[in-house]
Ligand binder design. Structure first.
Ligand SMILES: Cc1cc2nc3c(=O)[nH]c(=O)nc-3n(C[C@H](O)[C@H](O)[C@H](O)COP(=O)(O)OP(=O)(O)OC[C@H]3O[C@@H](n4cnc5c(N)ncnc54)[C@H](O)[C@@H]3O)c2cc1C
Length: 380
Protein backbone atom coordinates (compact mmCIF):
# COMPACT_ATOMS: atom_id res chain seq x y z
CA UNK A 1 0.00 0.00 0.00
CA UNK A 2 1.06 3.58 -0.63
CA UNK A 3 0.77 6.11 2.20
CA UNK A 4 -2.42 7.50 0.63
CA UNK A 5 -3.93 4.03 0.36
CA UNK A 6 -3.03 3.29 3.98
CA UNK A 7 -4.69 6.51 5.16
CA UNK A 8 -7.86 5.89 3.15
CA UNK A 9 -8.11 2.26 4.26
CA UNK A 10 -7.59 3.25 7.90
CA UNK A 11 -10.30 5.91 7.62
CA UNK A 12 -12.70 3.41 6.03
CA UNK A 13 -11.90 0.72 8.60
CA UNK A 14 -12.28 3.11 11.49
CA UNK A 15 -15.65 4.36 10.21
CA UNK A 16 -16.79 0.80 9.47
CA UNK A 17 -15.88 -0.50 12.92
CA UNK A 18 -17.24 2.50 14.82
CA UNK A 19 -20.34 3.50 12.88
CA UNK A 20 -21.41 0.47 10.84
CA UNK A 21 -20.55 -2.88 12.41
CA UNK A 22 -22.05 -2.17 15.86
CA UNK A 23 -25.43 -1.43 14.23
CA UNK A 24 -25.35 -4.02 11.44
CA UNK A 25 -27.21 -6.78 13.33
CA UNK A 26 -30.01 -4.35 14.21
CA UNK A 27 -30.37 -3.13 10.59
CA UNK A 28 -30.40 -6.77 9.52
CA UNK A 29 -33.22 -7.53 11.95
CA UNK A 30 -35.34 -4.44 11.20
CA UNK A 31 -34.55 -4.05 7.45
CA UNK A 32 -33.75 -0.41 8.22
CA UNK A 33 -32.04 1.56 5.46
CA UNK A 34 -29.33 3.49 7.36
CA UNK A 35 -29.61 6.75 5.42
CA UNK A 36 -27.86 8.88 8.05
CA UNK A 37 -24.85 6.54 8.18
CA UNK A 38 -24.65 6.41 4.40
CA UNK A 39 -24.75 10.20 4.14
CA UNK A 40 -21.95 10.34 6.75
CA UNK A 41 -19.98 7.98 4.52
CA UNK A 42 -20.67 10.47 1.72
CA UNK A 43 -19.30 13.39 3.77
CA UNK A 44 -16.01 11.48 4.09
CA UNK A 45 -15.89 11.20 0.29
CA UNK A 46 -16.53 7.45 0.03
CA UNK A 47 -19.62 7.81 -2.19
CA UNK A 48 -17.69 9.85 -4.75
CA UNK A 49 -14.35 8.06 -4.76
CA UNK A 50 -14.51 7.25 -8.47
CA UNK A 51 -16.07 10.55 -9.60
CA UNK A 52 -13.75 13.06 -11.28
CA UNK A 53 -12.18 15.74 -9.07
CA UNK A 54 -13.52 18.51 -11.34
CA UNK A 55 -17.01 17.40 -10.27
CA UNK A 56 -16.16 17.26 -6.55
CA UNK A 57 -15.23 13.57 -6.54
CA UNK A 58 -12.03 12.06 -5.13
CA UNK A 59 -10.87 10.91 -8.57
CA UNK A 60 -9.12 8.04 -6.85
CA UNK A 61 -7.66 4.96 -8.58
CA UNK A 62 -9.76 1.80 -8.74
CA UNK A 63 -7.45 -0.28 -6.52
CA UNK A 64 -7.65 2.18 -3.62
CA UNK A 65 -11.42 2.33 -4.02
CA UNK A 66 -11.64 -1.48 -3.86
CA UNK A 67 -9.55 -1.50 -0.68
CA UNK A 68 -11.91 0.98 0.99
CA UNK A 69 -15.00 -0.85 -0.21
CA UNK A 70 -13.71 -4.14 1.24
CA UNK A 71 -13.49 -2.46 4.66
CA UNK A 72 -17.09 -1.25 4.50
CA UNK A 73 -18.31 -4.66 3.26
CA UNK A 74 -16.52 -6.42 6.12
CA UNK A 75 -18.74 -4.39 8.47
CA UNK A 76 -22.00 -4.58 6.52
CA UNK A 77 -22.58 -5.76 2.97
CA UNK A 78 -25.84 -3.82 2.69
CA UNK A 79 -24.11 -0.47 3.25
CA UNK A 80 -21.33 -1.61 0.91
CA UNK A 81 -23.69 -2.23 -2.00
CA UNK A 82 -24.93 1.36 -1.83
CA UNK A 83 -21.31 2.60 -1.83
CA UNK A 84 -20.54 0.27 -4.73
CA UNK A 85 -23.47 1.33 -6.91
CA UNK A 86 -22.89 5.00 -6.17
CA UNK A 87 -19.26 4.72 -7.31
CA UNK A 88 -19.93 2.55 -10.34
CA UNK A 89 -22.84 2.36 -12.76
CA UNK A 90 -24.43 5.85 -12.45
CA UNK A 91 -21.03 7.51 -12.03
CA UNK A 92 -19.54 5.80 -15.09
CA UNK A 93 -22.63 6.57 -17.17
CA UNK A 94 -22.81 10.25 -16.21
CA UNK A 95 -19.05 10.84 -16.45
CA UNK A 96 -18.75 9.27 -19.89
CA UNK A 97 -22.02 10.24 -21.52
CA UNK A 98 -23.56 13.15 -19.58
CA UNK A 99 -23.75 16.64 -21.05
CA UNK A 100 -21.95 19.38 -19.06
CA UNK A 101 -25.37 20.46 -17.74
CA UNK A 102 -26.30 16.90 -16.66
CA UNK A 103 -22.94 16.50 -14.91
CA UNK A 104 -23.31 19.82 -13.18
CA UNK A 105 -26.80 18.96 -11.98
CA UNK A 106 -26.33 15.29 -11.01
CA UNK A 107 -22.69 14.21 -10.91
CA UNK A 108 -21.64 16.95 -8.51
CA UNK A 109 -24.14 16.13 -5.70
CA UNK A 110 -23.60 12.42 -6.36
CA UNK A 111 -19.85 12.80 -5.93
CA UNK A 112 -20.31 14.85 -2.76
CA UNK A 113 -22.54 12.09 -1.42
CA UNK A 114 -25.49 14.44 -1.03
CA UNK A 115 -27.84 12.30 -3.11
CA UNK A 116 -28.30 8.54 -3.28
CA UNK A 117 -28.52 6.92 -6.70
CA UNK A 118 -29.42 3.58 -8.21
CA UNK A 119 -29.88 1.93 -11.58
CA UNK A 120 -32.81 -0.06 -12.90
CA UNK A 121 -32.05 -2.52 -15.69
CA UNK A 122 -33.81 -5.73 -14.57
CA UNK A 123 -37.50 -6.45 -14.99
CA UNK A 124 -39.66 -9.27 -13.61
CA UNK A 125 -39.27 -11.22 -16.89
CA UNK A 126 -35.80 -10.09 -17.91
CA UNK A 127 -32.85 -10.52 -15.56
CA UNK A 128 -29.95 -12.41 -17.14
CA UNK A 129 -31.27 -11.32 -20.55
CA UNK A 130 -31.88 -7.59 -20.02
CA UNK A 131 -32.04 -6.94 -23.77
CA UNK A 132 -35.50 -8.58 -23.67
CA UNK A 133 -36.85 -5.80 -21.43
CA UNK A 134 -40.32 -4.39 -22.14
CA UNK A 135 -40.55 -1.04 -20.32
CA UNK A 136 -40.78 1.75 -22.86
CA UNK A 137 -40.31 5.44 -23.44
CA UNK A 138 -42.15 7.20 -26.24
CA UNK A 139 -41.55 10.71 -27.50
CA UNK A 140 -43.90 13.41 -26.26
CA UNK A 141 -43.14 16.71 -27.99
CA UNK A 142 -39.55 17.44 -27.00
CA UNK A 143 -39.71 15.07 -24.06
CA UNK A 144 -40.49 11.47 -23.19
CA UNK A 145 -43.16 9.41 -21.43
CA UNK A 146 -42.00 6.25 -19.65
CA UNK A 147 -44.15 3.22 -18.79
CA UNK A 148 -43.32 -0.25 -17.49
CA UNK A 149 -42.14 -2.20 -14.49
CA UNK A 150 -38.56 -2.61 -13.27
CA UNK A 151 -37.58 -5.24 -10.69
CA UNK A 152 -35.16 -5.59 -7.75
CA UNK A 153 -33.82 -2.06 -8.01
CA UNK A 154 -31.31 -1.40 -5.24
CA UNK A 155 -32.33 1.87 -3.55
CA UNK A 156 -35.56 1.85 -5.59
CA UNK A 157 -37.41 3.33 -2.60
CA UNK A 158 -34.53 5.32 -1.09
CA UNK A 159 -32.67 6.88 -4.02
CA UNK A 160 -32.99 10.51 -5.06
CA UNK A 161 -32.00 9.63 -8.60
CA UNK A 162 -32.39 6.52 -10.75
CA UNK A 163 -30.70 5.68 -14.03
CA UNK A 164 -33.40 3.70 -15.82
CA UNK A 165 -33.00 1.62 -18.97
CA UNK A 166 -36.11 1.30 -21.18
CA UNK A 167 -36.91 0.59 -24.83
CA UNK A 168 -37.19 3.50 -27.24
CA UNK A 169 -37.66 1.45 -30.42
CA UNK A 170 -41.43 1.77 -30.66
CA UNK A 171 -44.32 -0.25 -29.24
CA UNK A 172 -44.00 -3.21 -31.60
CA UNK A 173 -40.29 -3.20 -32.27
CA UNK A 174 -38.10 -5.66 -30.37
CA UNK A 175 -34.63 -4.81 -31.54
CA UNK A 176 -32.96 -6.34 -28.52
CA UNK A 177 -30.03 -4.42 -27.10
CA UNK A 178 -30.07 -1.81 -29.90
CA UNK A 179 -33.47 -0.39 -28.96
CA UNK A 180 -32.63 0.49 -25.35
CA UNK A 181 -31.93 3.98 -23.96
CA UNK A 182 -30.92 5.30 -20.54
CA UNK A 183 -32.91 7.96 -18.71
CA UNK A 184 -31.94 10.11 -15.75
CA UNK A 185 -34.97 10.03 -13.47
CA UNK A 186 -35.31 12.09 -10.28
CA UNK A 187 -37.38 9.84 -8.02
CA UNK A 188 -39.76 12.65 -7.07
CA UNK A 189 -40.99 12.79 -10.68
CA UNK A 190 -44.76 12.07 -10.79
CA UNK A 191 -45.28 8.54 -12.14
CA UNK A 192 -42.24 7.05 -10.32
CA UNK A 193 -43.70 4.48 -7.93
CA UNK A 194 -41.42 2.31 -5.80
CA UNK A 195 -42.93 -0.92 -4.47
CA UNK A 196 -42.62 -2.06 -0.86
CA UNK A 197 -39.12 -3.03 0.25
CA UNK A 198 -38.45 -6.67 -0.65
CA UNK A 199 -38.07 -9.05 2.31
CA UNK A 200 -34.63 -10.43 1.47
CA UNK A 201 -32.56 -13.33 2.79
CA UNK A 202 -29.61 -11.01 3.40
CA UNK A 203 -28.30 -7.56 2.55
CA UNK A 204 -31.16 -6.27 4.61
CA UNK A 205 -29.75 -2.80 5.23
CA UNK A 206 -30.09 -2.28 1.49
CA UNK A 207 -33.43 -1.24 0.05
CA UNK A 208 -34.63 -3.33 -2.92
CA UNK A 209 -37.93 -2.61 -4.69
CA UNK A 210 -39.84 -2.81 -7.92
CA UNK A 211 -40.32 0.49 -9.72
CA UNK A 212 -43.55 1.10 -11.60
CA UNK A 213 -43.21 3.76 -14.29
CA UNK A 214 -46.68 5.18 -14.87
CA UNK A 215 -46.85 7.87 -17.55
CA UNK A 216 -43.63 9.31 -16.12
CA UNK A 217 -42.82 12.46 -18.11
CA UNK A 218 -39.27 13.65 -18.64
CA UNK A 219 -37.92 16.63 -20.56
CA UNK A 220 -35.54 16.04 -23.49
CA UNK A 221 -32.55 16.38 -21.14
CA UNK A 222 -33.76 13.29 -19.25
CA UNK A 223 -32.15 11.16 -21.98
CA UNK A 224 -28.52 10.24 -21.29
CA UNK A 225 -26.20 10.24 -24.27
CA UNK A 226 -27.50 8.85 -27.54
CA UNK A 227 -30.88 7.24 -28.07
CA UNK A 228 -30.49 3.46 -28.49
CA UNK A 229 -27.13 3.29 -26.68
CA UNK A 230 -28.50 2.60 -23.20
CA UNK A 231 -27.62 -1.09 -23.21
CA UNK A 232 -24.00 -0.33 -24.11
CA UNK A 233 -23.82 2.27 -21.33
CA UNK A 234 -25.27 -0.22 -18.84
CA UNK A 235 -22.69 -2.86 -19.78
CA UNK A 236 -19.86 -0.30 -19.40
CA UNK A 237 -21.20 0.56 -15.97
CA UNK A 238 -21.55 -3.10 -15.03
CA UNK A 239 -17.82 -3.69 -15.62
CA UNK A 240 -17.12 -1.20 -12.84
CA UNK A 241 -20.03 -2.56 -10.79
CA UNK A 242 -18.71 -6.12 -10.92
CA UNK A 243 -15.34 -4.98 -9.60
CA UNK A 244 -17.18 -3.48 -6.63
CA UNK A 245 -19.10 -6.69 -6.02
CA UNK A 246 -15.79 -8.60 -6.02
CA UNK A 247 -14.52 -6.28 -3.27
CA UNK A 248 -17.81 -6.60 -1.41
CA UNK A 249 -17.60 -10.41 -1.52
CA UNK A 250 -13.94 -10.29 -0.42
CA UNK A 251 -14.93 -8.14 2.57
CA UNK A 252 -17.68 -10.59 3.58
CA UNK A 253 -15.33 -13.58 3.27
CA UNK A 254 -12.50 -11.85 5.12
CA UNK A 255 -14.76 -11.00 8.06
CA UNK A 256 -15.99 -14.61 8.25
CA UNK A 257 -12.34 -15.75 8.29
CA UNK A 258 -11.45 -13.26 11.05
CA UNK A 259 -14.37 -14.38 13.20
CA UNK A 260 -13.40 -18.02 12.61
CA UNK A 261 -9.76 -17.50 13.63
CA UNK A 262 -10.87 -15.73 16.79
CA UNK A 263 -13.43 -18.41 17.66
CA UNK A 264 -11.04 -21.30 17.04
CA UNK A 265 -8.61 -19.60 19.42
CA UNK A 266 -11.04 -19.81 22.35
CA UNK A 267 -13.50 -22.67 21.75
CA UNK A 268 -12.35 -25.91 23.37
CA UNK A 269 -13.40 -29.50 22.66
CA UNK A 270 -11.61 -32.68 23.73
CA UNK A 271 -9.66 -30.47 26.16
CA UNK A 272 -7.98 -28.47 23.37
CA UNK A 273 -8.69 -25.29 21.46
CA UNK A 274 -10.25 -25.96 18.04
CA UNK A 275 -7.32 -24.14 16.46
CA UNK A 276 -4.95 -26.79 17.77
CA UNK A 277 -6.52 -29.48 15.59
CA UNK A 278 -4.74 -29.77 12.27
CA UNK A 279 -8.03 -30.49 10.49
CA UNK A 280 -9.26 -27.07 11.64
CA UNK A 281 -5.96 -25.39 10.71
CA UNK A 282 -6.25 -26.81 7.17
CA UNK A 283 -9.73 -25.34 6.84
CA UNK A 284 -8.56 -21.90 8.03
CA UNK A 285 -5.58 -22.07 5.67
CA UNK A 286 -7.83 -22.81 2.69
CA UNK A 287 -10.20 -19.99 3.68
CA UNK A 288 -7.34 -17.49 4.00
CA UNK A 289 -5.85 -18.54 0.66
CA UNK A 290 -9.12 -18.05 -1.18
CA UNK A 291 -9.72 -14.65 0.44
CA UNK A 292 -6.25 -13.53 -0.61
CA UNK A 293 -6.80 -14.84 -4.16
CA UNK A 294 -10.15 -13.02 -4.40
CA UNK A 295 -8.54 -9.75 -3.39
CA UNK A 296 -5.63 -10.27 -5.79
CA UNK A 297 -7.96 -10.91 -8.75
CA UNK A 298 -10.07 -7.84 -7.92
CA UNK A 299 -7.02 -5.62 -7.54
CA UNK A 300 -5.49 -6.97 -10.76
CA UNK A 301 -8.69 -6.06 -12.62
CA UNK A 302 -8.69 -2.67 -10.86
CA UNK A 303 -5.11 -2.07 -11.97
CA UNK A 304 -6.09 -2.85 -15.58
CA UNK A 305 -8.86 -0.28 -15.28
CA UNK A 306 -6.41 2.27 -13.87
CA UNK A 307 -4.26 1.73 -16.96
CA UNK A 308 -7.29 2.48 -19.15
CA UNK A 309 -7.67 -1.06 -20.46
CA UNK A 310 -10.88 -3.02 -20.98
CA UNK A 311 -11.79 -5.01 -17.87
CA UNK A 312 -14.90 -6.87 -19.03
CA UNK A 313 -13.33 -10.33 -18.80
CA UNK A 314 -11.24 -9.65 -15.70
CA UNK A 315 -14.07 -7.96 -13.81
CA UNK A 316 -16.22 -11.01 -14.55
CA UNK A 317 -13.42 -13.33 -13.32
CA UNK A 318 -12.93 -11.28 -10.16
CA UNK A 319 -16.65 -11.19 -9.37
CA UNK A 320 -17.12 -14.89 -10.14
CA UNK A 321 -14.21 -16.02 -7.99
CA UNK A 322 -14.82 -13.64 -5.08
CA UNK A 323 -18.55 -14.35 -4.85
CA UNK A 324 -18.08 -18.12 -4.91
CA UNK A 325 -15.31 -17.68 -2.35
CA UNK A 326 -17.60 -15.64 -0.11
CA UNK A 327 -20.21 -18.40 -0.24
CA UNK A 328 -17.63 -21.13 0.41
CA UNK A 329 -15.77 -19.30 3.19
CA UNK A 330 -18.95 -18.33 5.05
CA UNK A 331 -20.16 -21.94 4.82
CA UNK A 332 -16.86 -23.12 6.36
CA UNK A 333 -17.18 -20.44 9.04
CA UNK A 334 -20.59 -21.73 10.10
CA UNK A 335 -19.16 -25.25 10.21
CA UNK A 336 -16.32 -24.09 12.46
CA UNK A 337 -18.75 -22.35 14.80
CA UNK A 338 -20.84 -25.56 14.96
CA UNK A 339 -24.30 -25.10 16.49
CA UNK A 340 -23.48 -21.54 17.50
CA UNK A 341 -22.77 -20.75 13.86
CA UNK A 342 -26.39 -21.53 13.03
CA UNK A 343 -27.66 -19.03 15.60
CA UNK A 344 -28.48 -15.38 14.90
CA UNK A 345 -26.60 -14.39 18.08
CA UNK A 346 -23.32 -15.14 16.30
CA UNK A 347 -22.11 -13.07 13.35
CA UNK A 348 -21.30 -15.71 10.76
CA UNK A 349 -24.85 -16.68 9.73
CA UNK A 350 -25.50 -13.06 8.62
CA UNK A 351 -22.30 -13.11 6.57
CA UNK A 352 -23.48 -16.39 4.98
CA UNK A 353 -26.86 -14.85 4.08
CA UNK A 354 -25.23 -11.67 2.80
CA UNK A 355 -22.75 -13.62 0.68
CA UNK A 356 -25.36 -15.40 -1.45
CA UNK A 357 -26.53 -12.38 -3.40
CA UNK A 358 -23.02 -11.71 -4.71
CA UNK A 359 -23.46 -14.84 -6.86
CA UNK A 360 -26.71 -13.43 -8.26
CA UNK A 361 -26.76 -9.68 -8.85
CA UNK A 362 -24.90 -7.68 -11.50
CA UNK A 363 -24.94 -10.95 -13.46
CA UNK A 364 -25.18 -14.43 -11.95
CA UNK A 365 -22.12 -16.71 -11.76
CA UNK A 366 -23.39 -18.46 -14.90
CA UNK A 367 -23.51 -15.14 -16.76
CA UNK A 368 -19.96 -14.30 -15.58
CA UNK A 369 -18.81 -17.65 -17.01
CA UNK A 370 -20.51 -16.83 -20.32
CA UNK A 371 -18.71 -13.44 -20.40
CA UNK A 372 -15.34 -15.02 -19.56
CA UNK A 373 -15.75 -17.82 -22.12
CA UNK A 374 -16.59 -15.26 -24.83
CA UNK A 375 -13.04 -13.91 -24.50
CA UNK A 376 -11.47 -17.36 -24.78
CA UNK A 377 -12.52 -17.86 -28.35
CA UNK A 378 -14.44 -20.92 -27.16
CA UNK A 379 -17.66 -19.79 -28.86
CA UNK A 380 -18.36 -20.89 -32.43
C1 LIG B 1 -30.74 -8.01 -3.73
C2 LIG B 1 -30.78 -7.77 -5.20
C3 LIG B 1 -30.46 -6.51 -5.68
C4 LIG B 1 -30.51 -6.25 -7.06
N1 LIG B 1 -30.25 -4.98 -7.49
C5 LIG B 1 -30.44 -4.68 -8.81
C6 LIG B 1 -30.32 -3.32 -9.27
O1 LIG B 1 -29.97 -2.41 -8.50
N2 LIG B 1 -30.62 -3.06 -10.57
C7 LIG B 1 -30.98 -4.04 -11.45
O2 LIG B 1 -31.21 -3.72 -12.61
N3 LIG B 1 -31.09 -5.34 -11.04
C8 LIG B 1 -30.84 -5.67 -9.75
N4 LIG B 1 -30.98 -6.99 -9.31
C9 LIG B 1 -31.39 -8.01 -10.27
C10 LIG B 1 -30.28 -8.99 -10.61
O3 LIG B 1 -29.31 -8.39 -11.40
C11 LIG B 1 -30.94 -10.22 -11.28
O4 LIG B 1 -31.67 -10.91 -10.28
C12 LIG B 1 -29.92 -11.13 -11.91
O5 LIG B 1 -29.34 -10.51 -13.05
C13 LIG B 1 -30.53 -12.48 -12.34
O6 LIG B 1 -31.70 -12.31 -13.06
P1 LIG B 1 -33.02 -13.14 -12.66
O7 LIG B 1 -33.18 -12.98 -11.18
O8 LIG B 1 -34.11 -12.73 -13.55
O9 LIG B 1 -32.64 -14.67 -12.91
P2 LIG B 1 -32.79 -15.45 -14.31
O10 LIG B 1 -32.20 -14.63 -15.39
O11 LIG B 1 -34.19 -15.90 -14.45
O12 LIG B 1 -31.85 -16.70 -14.05
C14 LIG B 1 -32.27 -17.83 -13.28
C15 LIG B 1 -31.14 -18.85 -13.31
O13 LIG B 1 -30.91 -19.26 -14.66
C16 LIG B 1 -29.54 -19.06 -14.96
N5 LIG B 1 -29.38 -18.70 -16.36
C17 LIG B 1 -30.01 -17.72 -17.05
N6 LIG B 1 -29.59 -17.67 -18.31
C18 LIG B 1 -28.64 -18.62 -18.42
C19 LIG B 1 -27.80 -19.08 -19.51
N7 LIG B 1 -27.82 -18.50 -20.72
N8 LIG B 1 -26.94 -20.09 -19.27
C20 LIG B 1 -26.87 -20.68 -18.04
N9 LIG B 1 -27.63 -20.30 -16.99
C21 LIG B 1 -28.50 -19.29 -17.19
C22 LIG B 1 -29.08 -17.95 -14.05
O14 LIG B 1 -27.67 -17.95 -13.90
C23 LIG B 1 -29.82 -18.28 -12.77
O15 LIG B 1 -29.11 -19.28 -12.07
C24 LIG B 1 -30.87 -7.28 -7.95
C25 LIG B 1 -31.16 -8.56 -7.46
C26 LIG B 1 -31.11 -8.81 -6.12
C27 LIG B 1 -31.43 -10.19 -5.61
Amino acid sequence: MTDTQRQIVELARDFARTHIEPKAAEWDRTKEFPRATILELGKLGFLGMCSPEEYDGMGIDAVTYLMALEEIAAADAGVAVTMSIQNAIPTVMLTRHGTPAQKERWLRPLARGEIIVGFALSEPDSGSDPASMRAQAVRDGNGWVLNGLKAWATNGGTADLMMIMVRTDGPDARRGAKGISTFIVPTDTPGYKAGKPEDKMGLRASNTTTIALEDLRLPAEGLLGDEGMGFVYAMEGLDAGRLGIAAQATGIARRALEHSIEYCGVRKQFGRKLGEFQGVQFKLADMATRVEASRALAHAAGALRDRGQSITQHAAMAKLFASETAMWVTTQAIQLFGGYGYMRDYPVEKLFRDAKVTEIYEGTSEIQRIVIARYLGAHP
